[in-house]
Design a protein around this ligand. Sequence first.
Ligand SMILES: NC(=O)c1ccc[n+]([C@@H]2O[C@H](COP(=O)([O-])OP(=O)(O)OC[C@H]3O[C@@H](n4cnc5c(N)ncnc54)[C@H](OP(=O)(O)O)[C@@H]3O)[C@@H](O)[C@H]2O)c1
Length: 281
Amino acid sequence: MGWELNRTLAPLGEMYAFGPDELDLINIDALVRAIHDVQPQVIVNASAFTAVDQAEKEPDLAMLLNEKVPMVMAEEARKLNAAFVHYSTDYVFDGTKTSAYTEEDRTNPLNVYGQSKLKGEQAIGQVGGANVILRTSWVYSLRGAGFVSKVLSWARKQETLKIVTDQVGSPTWARMLAEATAAMIARSLPDAQAYFAERNGVYHLGGAGGVSRFDFTRAILEFDPRPQEQIVRNFEAALTADFPTPALRPLFTELDCSRFERVFGLRLPDWKIALQWAMGE
Ligand SMILES: NC(=O)c1ccc[n+]([C@@H]2O[C@H](COP(=O)([O-])OP(=O)(O)OC[C@H]3O[C@@H](n4cnc5c(N)ncnc54)[C@H](OP(=O)(O)O)[C@@H]3O)[C@@H](O)[C@H]2O)c1
């Protein structure tokens, strides 16, 4: 997300991007100093501790990066009369629902990562000010080592793919999410603080619709720009329980994004159309 935001936010005005090499967020003093040096109108936070299984082993670090750091950003934004845009996750839910999750649905994270992200949401909410939290899901980019890149790589090395059918979510192309973020911020200018203060809160924003990991995988391979390199011949349906991991995952996390559309007049396209665009790059 950080890489995509760097590009899509650039036309909006003077932008300062801090990657992990420029700023170690564990150093809260350095974070506060960086914000004060820049004096931003809007802070967009794409950082997080996102290693879901590793978070079970490092809960303190996950809490520091996913609760404390966003809280400090929200506090500093408030002091400067700036707006704060933050991302959260579908993993705040337990996945027991059978229809798309709305912002009113009860949260109940199943793992440390989800707990730390939920605490981050709550801490930002307590700070108040002009904060927008975008809860997204199954974010992918062909640049990174995420699920889409893994599927393309597996399909070139394995004749059989075993993919779970019981995990359903809303795949979200990082670029589309970055573009929706930029469009939202563009609408907020020149007074981002006032605009976001009126629209404060949590919003769901993922690719429209829901799909199982199994069908998502089939779509990835269907849109593969170099299908001749695939050696995969068989697809086997599996269950999440067949692949035990340190962190439990919610099974169903399709997001209902109608609130975001109503309030900001923006939407992400159907997950499959976005995937086709992403694969055509
Ligand atoms: N990916 C998904 O499927 C997904 C789903 C739902 C919500 N989200 C949320 O979307 C947002 C963006 O996620 P993403 O997929 O872009 O995650 P990501 O690729 O893991 O990016 C997180 C970034 O935070 C940086 N970071 C971690 N610890 C840091 C530290 N101590 N100091 C400075 N930087 C640090 C990481 O640096 P390194 O590169 O050095 O690790 C990385 O660049 C996050 O809030 C995430 O919770 C993601």
